[in-house]
Design a protein around this ligand. Structure first.
Ligand code: M6R
Length: 600
């Protein structure tokens, strides 16, 4: 899961170096263990460095490249070979006739590498990607022109790839996509390609989403999309409605903080046109053709899996058997899928390899597939029968925050729509969620809690019912951005093992809202913990007396169990954020992680 960018500008266009570095800074969430660019005006000049983009930038003086108008760039998340200058992209052939950047995995690279090595090619990296420029060079030697050599090389590849290439001596960028995201940007003074729209949204809002198997040829004058046989296609150009500022930090220290604070707006957008307070109806036209829903299987990873657990519980409560599966564990041996099944892939990016594999398996089994995703034109959106967009806007921080809230909201609407449930109370509760979250953002004492408990031996999170996935999500957020040990448990499970771990050094965050039996039982669990001298932080709306047994309280406004799990989670996001901030962690780009995980 890397980020790629490409640009060809006209005489009036921007300098390629500027476009490439801007674009890579927007793509760093996709990988940041090395970065590189190749400029191709009068010979290929490759510059690449291990480390974050800033390491590459520190070696470049952009004035040197004033006037260069064509190039490609890459930000890497290692899959083959560790982070190093040599393994950084772009990769070239021996004579630097072609430079290539790649996102994805070339599954048959070893056999190609062996074949090329036997023919005398000396490899300079451990990457799967390096076979591509060498293959292209071989076809150039056979007399093929640039485009034909590029296509012939791609023909040899198996696996997932978005690849862009520039050649010495032409003003053209060639690109292809197969199972890895690639979007083209149509500008007035040049054309763009990238793994994701924010990379060039500053320059153009007109985009073309490439489909698997499609090629693109970008020159200053034209942008041509062709199919695998070279036939020209007429792709549709879509206009993106984001404000470029939406993809920037807007004055916040971290994207994560910005995205946490964007939740009220993101949720309003998610609800827009879908909630009818008068009738109590939740109208999701995207699901009108879904047909009868007998059982629902969710597949998802990480944070999206926690949202899927929440969605499955909602459906079960409304009488529809539903289960959430980790996409990486999903298969015919786990749950039978056939033409009567409905399989919902919950995926913010719409590109997660495990989730895409599960969706594809469900498609092959004849199931009706649904994508619940944030990214228009993503693989999940294109490869499923129905798409429900969560409309959270771009999320840059690796840690998912606003997309989790929007997934919970969209799943609540999904459950109501497929069961044709009408409830004015539910609609009212949902409509009020953005303001309730805003009140938490305005008043939360999470920062003080983070200061108090920073450096604890471990952090535990407990909850029941709809708060169980929230406990898991609170722990995931804490561990991924603070690097501290954190675990989430169903509150009732504590006494079956994890209780042995609690001590005076391990704060327990207990999520308990309302005054029903689940809150009462959670209080019982809190007492077990408190009796052992363990600090307790209650996340509560004050309707039960859980606060009495806690050392600290993080308040949430009183609302229904479903809505309160969306709202309560925000307090845990803030605790994780401020703890990571206290510990000086690189919050938006935690070590070893990437935003879009496009390998299984
Ligand atoms: O794009 P997806 O929602 O499919 O991503 C799945 C997980 O990789 C993701 O939710 C991950 O767990 C979060 N970024 C963690 O904050």
């Amino acid at each position: 899961m890397c980020g790629i960018i490409g640009y060809v500008g006209t005489d009036r266009g921007d300098d390629a170096i500027e476009v490439l570095l801007d674009g890579l800074s927007q793509l760093e969430y996709r990988g940041y263990d090395s970065a590189g660019i190749a400029l191709a005006d009068g010979g290929i000049a490759v510059h690449k460095r291990e480390g974050e983009l800033s390491a590459l930038e520190s070696t470049l003086s952009p004035e040197r490249f004033d006037g260069d108008s064509i190039g490609i760039g890459h930000t890497r998340w290692s899959t083959h070979g560790p982070p190093s200058d040599a393994n950084a992209h772009p990769h070239t052939d021996a004579e630097e006739r072609v430079a290539v950047v790649h996102n994805g995995i070339i599954e048959n690279y070893q056999s190609i590498r062996d074949e090329l090595a036997a023919a005398g090619v000396a490899f300079r990296s451990e990457t799967d990607t390096e076979v591509v420029p060498h293959l292209i060079a071989g076809f150039l030697d056979e007399g093929l022109d640039h485009e034909a050599a590029f296509r012939a090389a791609i023909d040899r590849l198996e696996g997932s790839y978005a690849i862009a290439a520039v050649f010495d001596g032409t003003e053209t960028v060639y690109a292809v996509r197969n199972e890895s995201p690639l979007v083209l940007g149509v500008g007035d003074d040049g054309h763009f390609l990238a793994s994701d729209v924010p990379a060039f949204i500053e320059y153009t809002d007109r985009v073309i989403y490439l489909d698997d198997g499609q090629f693109a040829r970008l020159t200053p004058a034209e942008l041509v999309v062709t199919d695998g046989d070279g036939r020209e296609l007429e792709p549709s150009i879509e206009t993106i409605s984001w404000d470029p500022d939406d993809a920037g930090k807007s004055g916040y220290d971290h994207y994560m903080r910005k995205e946490i604070n964007e939740q009220p707006a993101a949720l309003r957008e998610c609800f827009r046109g879908r909630l009818d307070e008068l009738s109590g109806r939740i109208d999701v036209p995207e699901l009108d053709e879904l047909g009868p829903v007998e059982t629902v299987t969710f597949v998802a990873c990480g944070t999206s899996y926690h949202a899927a657990m929440f969605g499955a519980r909602l459906l079960r409560e409304q009488g529809i058997p539903a289960h959430a599966f980790l996409a990486s564990e999903f298969g015919a041996d786990v749950v039978p899928i056939d033409s009567t099944s409905i399989v919902v892939g919950v995926t913010q990016s719409g590109e997660t390899a495990d989730t895409m594999r599960a969706i594809r398996e469900a498609n092959r089994a004849g199931a009706t597939t649904v994508a619940l995703t944030n990214v228009v034109g993503s693989s999940a959106a294109r490869e499923t029968d129905h798409v429900l967009y969560i409309r959270a806007g771009p999320e840059i921080s690796v840690a998912a925050t606003k997309t989790f809230a929007s997934q919970q909201a969209a799943l609540t609407m999904f459950a109501a729509a497929v069961t044709d449930r009408r409830s004015r109370d539910l609609v009212r509760e949902l409509r009020a969620v953005p303001d309730r979250i805003q009140s938490i953002l305005d008043t939360s004492s999470a920062r003080e809690i983070a200061e108090t408990y920073r450096g604890s031996g471990a952090y535990f999170f407990i909850g029941r019912g709809y708060h169980y996935p929230v406990a898991l999500e609170g722990a995931l957020k804490m561990k991924e951005i603070t690097y501290e040990h954190a675990e989430g448990f169903a509150a009732g499970e504590l006494k079956h093992g994890p209780l042995a771990l609690v001590s005076e050094e391990t704060p327990v965050f207990a999520v308990a809202t309302g005054d029903g039996p689940l809150a009462e039982k959670t209080i019982g669990n809190v007492k077990e913990v408190e009796a052992r001298g363990t600090p307790v932080v209650a996340v509560t709306d004050g309707r039960s007396d859980v606060g009495r047994y806690a050392d600290h309280v993080l308040e949430v406004p009183a609302t229904s169990p479903v809505a309160s799990s969306i709202v309560a989670n925000v307090q845990l996001q803030l605790v994780a954020y401020w703890t990571a901030n206290e510990l000086g962690r690189p919050i938006d780009k935690p070590r070893n992680l990437a935003k879009s995980v496009t390998v299984e």
